[in-house]
Ligand binder design. Structure first.
Ligand code: SAH
Length: 222
């Protein structure tokens, strides 16, 4: 991995993991180590560099955001990734969450519907040396039938309901984490497929940008 990092960024990242993530209850050593490693400052624009390790979501252009580090950590932990999984993410955005997943899983497919975000995430991830991530430009609510089934599936945008194709593309024993709710507030929800059945757990309240597309929210009218 070409992380070409300076010591200041490393110590900012260390503090981020200790104060924002471990202190709030994320326990998985593998998840904490991945968050310590991914250079979050390389996923934000120049003008936000000084804010890259703060405890909040940041704007990445096109009205979208890179999620708060804590949310990235919690969602990743919920997926219980052991190392040999095939993972699908919906909503690549900057590519940060995909990079975290790529350190933990065998391969990551990530779908972004905004073409310019998809292109810049693809370039960024490849220049950083993440070679087990495939960025796909398209509507993630229909999933990726070509590469299914997935052991873990993460939706990084707010869905009005769980898109049926995603459930269909989850492997037996697989986990799906997704914020479900209206535009203002959602509940982070985990689905586990067991014996062909989807077992749902509602975790906590959260706030994400809307999931658009076929099984998402209709386009906002101006
Ligand atoms: N995971 C990202 C942040 C995601 S923000 C990161 O680490 O930076 C949510 C993203 O979901 C936005 O980029 C938005 O364009 C995208 N999105 C919304 N609806 C989508 C859909 N149907 N398919 C794929 N991406 C979608």
């Amino acid at each position: 991995m070409n992380e070409s990092d300076d010591p200041d960024r490393k110590s900012q990242r260390h503090a981020m993991v200790a104060e924002q993530i471990a202190r709030r209850g994320v326990r998985s050593a593998r998840v904490l180590a991945a968050l310590e490693r991914v250079p979050r400052h390389r996923f934000v624009s120049e003008d936000l560099l000084a804010h890259a390790y703060e405890d909040r979501a940041l704007k990445i252009g096109g009205g979208q955001t890179i999620s708060q580090p804590y949310m990235v950590a919690v969602m990743t932990e919920c997926l219980e990734i052991g190392g040999c999984e095939r993972v699908l993410e919906i909503g690549t955005g900057s590519g940060y969450q995909a990079a975290v997943l790529a350190l933990l899983a065998r391969e990551v497919f990530t779908i972004e519907r905004n073409e310019s975000l998809a292109c810049s995430a693809r370039e960024r991830l490849s220049s950083l040396g993440y070679n087990n991530i495939r960025v796909i430009w398209g509507d993630g609510t229909i999933g990726d039938s070509e590469h299914a089934p997935f052991d873990a599936l993460l939706v990084a945008a707010a869905a009005p309901a769980i898109p049926p194709p995603l459930l269909g593309q989850l492997a037996e024993g697989g986990r799906l984490v997704i914020p479900v709710g209206d535009a203002e507030q959602q509940t982070l929800t985990r689905i586990r497929k067991t014996g062909g059945r989807a077992i749902e757990e509602r975790l906590f309240a959260c706030q994400f940008v809307p999931l658009r597309g076929r099984y998402g929210r209709p386009e906002a009218t101006v």
